[in-house]
Write a protein that binds this ligand. Structure first.
Ligand SMILES: [Zn+2]
Length: 172
């Protein structure tokens, strides 16, 4: 019940008087309707249509409805307007981005490992960035790969999200 109340507050469900009375009355059992109408009729209705007809024609309909809502809480869920294809597209897009970021971190890990391993190599005079040579290198990485870095300044790679550049040493 609490869940439905929260849905109603957030606009994902409608409650009691906002729901069509016809819809509500269709959900209530004849016995329950008779309980609500107790004292208003000479004897209980034996057919639901008759009971509903009585309610809708009653000058006292507001009072009857109030009595229904005192005894019962009704919630009607509002259908979610989700464009499944759009949802799928967004999901795929963000999966791709997540993968790209994860891969960038891995490349960063490789670079850190390489930096640590090369620490004690005495023949190194400096560093250069080596872009992946598969024709998909970006202009920024191409530009950066032309630079030379001194021995004590291991270049920071990856240069951007999705960068696959590595670092190679310049030997003396
Ligand atoms: Zn790069």
């Amino acid at each position: 019940m609490e869940v439905f109340e929260r849905l109603a507050i957030s606009g994902l469900a409608i409650k009691n008087e906002d729901i069509q009375l016809q819809t509500i009355l269709e959900k209530i059992k004849l016995k329950e309707i008779n309980d609500i109408l107790y004292g208003k009729t000479e004897k209980p209705f034996r057919k639901k249509e008759e009971a509903l007809k009585f309610i809708f024609e009653s000058p006292d309909i507001k009072h009857i409805v109030n009595k229904i809502f005192l005894s019962y809480q009704f919630y009607k869920l509002i259908p979610l307007n989700i464009n499944y294809n759009k949802f799928k597209e967004v999901n795929e897009y963000f999966s791709e981005v997540a993968e790209l970021i994860a891969h960038t971190y891995i490349m960063g890990g490789y670079a850190a490992q390489h930096k640590a391993q090369s620490k004690n190599l005495s023949r190194i005079s400096g560093w250069k960035i080596s872009p992946t040579d598969d024709g998909s290198i970006c202009k920024f990485c191409q530009k950066m790969s032309k630079k030379s870095y001194p021995k004590n300044q291991y270049p920071k790679v990856p240069l951007h999200i999705g960068c696959r550049c590595g670092v190679f040493p310049k030997m003396k």
